[in-house]
Design a protein around this ligand. Structure first.
Ligand code: KIV
Length: 275
């Protein structure tokens, strides 16, 4: 079934969990689709897991467009949500609408995601008014890593928890169709999820959220620079890839690969004429 902002809303009403994974390329998007995922997030985490940066701040609009186009080509039913990169929306409402528009027009995203609470609500409102669905992102907002003093759990004090709840209501009122809650204590995430009518998608926020998202390299054991506590490994693809790479190297060096069945023949009569 084609996933849309409407099916997200229906899922929350029916208390059916929404599934989302990050995707950055065509073939992975196809595999996730075939598995029945509801939504693919072209996250700016691509800066870390695909491009090798230390954080997400260096990611550009061109990076996002490049990967979003590939994912959109692979997604027939899943809702493709594309992250707005750092400084593509914080600078002004105008920039936010223009850049969100590019992600939809050129990147073929079905929705955009941006980080922040009250301070970005004017941007959310304006993008939604331009008929582009917006997913919010609260809690640990990686684009604010320097302001937050690192990748840390958010909303642990009374003041911070109140602010998170207020921000969630503000993002909902601004017109967002869903929001990510990242690295938020489970009980607070559950309270937020019950206090708003749009779905919450948790990452490191417990199972009281309306859906879950993970970075696929984390859940497959492919990215080992830093593995957050909230990650569960659903596969050991990293180890399998390494073993296959070792085997390939060994077989090329020993001459075992390529074997006759991997090669193309030429007639002896043709070959003779070349000598
Ligand atoms: O960029 C990303 O992958 C994200 C998820 C962590 C939610 O924003």
């Amino acid at each position: 079934m084609k996933q849309t902002v409407v099916t997200f809303q229906e899922a929350k009403q029916k208390q059916e969990k929404i599934t989302m994974l990050t995707a950055y390329d065509y073939s992975t998007a196809r595999l996730m689709e075939e598995a029945g995922i509801h939504s693919l997030l072209v996250g700016d985490s691509l800066g870390m897991v695909m491009l090798g940066y230390e954080d997400t701040l260096s990611v550009t609009m061109e990076d996002m467009l490049h990967h979003c186009k590939a994912v959109a080509r692979g997604a027939k039913e899943a809702l493709v949500v594309c992250d707005m990169p750092f400084l593509s929306y914080q600078t002004s409402v105008y920039d936010a609408v223009v850049n969100a528009g590019r992600l939809v027009k050129e990147g073929h995203a079905g929705a955009v995601k941006l980080e922040g609470g009250q301070e970005v609500c004017p941007q959310i409102k304006a993008i939604v008014q331009a008929s582009i669905p917006v997913m919010g992102h609260l809690g640990l907002t990686p684009q604010s890593v320097h302001a937050l003093g690192g990748f840390k759990v958010q909303g642990k004090t009374e003041e911070a928890a109140k602010k998170l709840l207020e921000d969630a209501k503000c993002v909902e009122e601004a017109g967002a169709f869903a929001m990510v809650l990242e690295c938020v204590p489970a009980k607070l995430a559950e309270l937020v999820s019950k206090s708003i009518s749009i779905p919450t998608i948790g990452i490191g926020a417990g199972n009281g959220c309306d859906g879950q998202v993970l970075v696929y390299q984390d859940m497959l054991g492919m990215y080992r620079d830093f593995v957050p506590k909230f990650v569960k490994k659903f596969g050991n693809v990293g180890d399998e890839m390494k073993a296959a790479f070792h085997e390939y190297i060994a077989q090329v060096q020993s001459g075992q690969f390529p074997a006759p069945e991997h090669t193309f023949a030429i007639g002896d009569d043709v070959l003779k004429k070349l000598y």
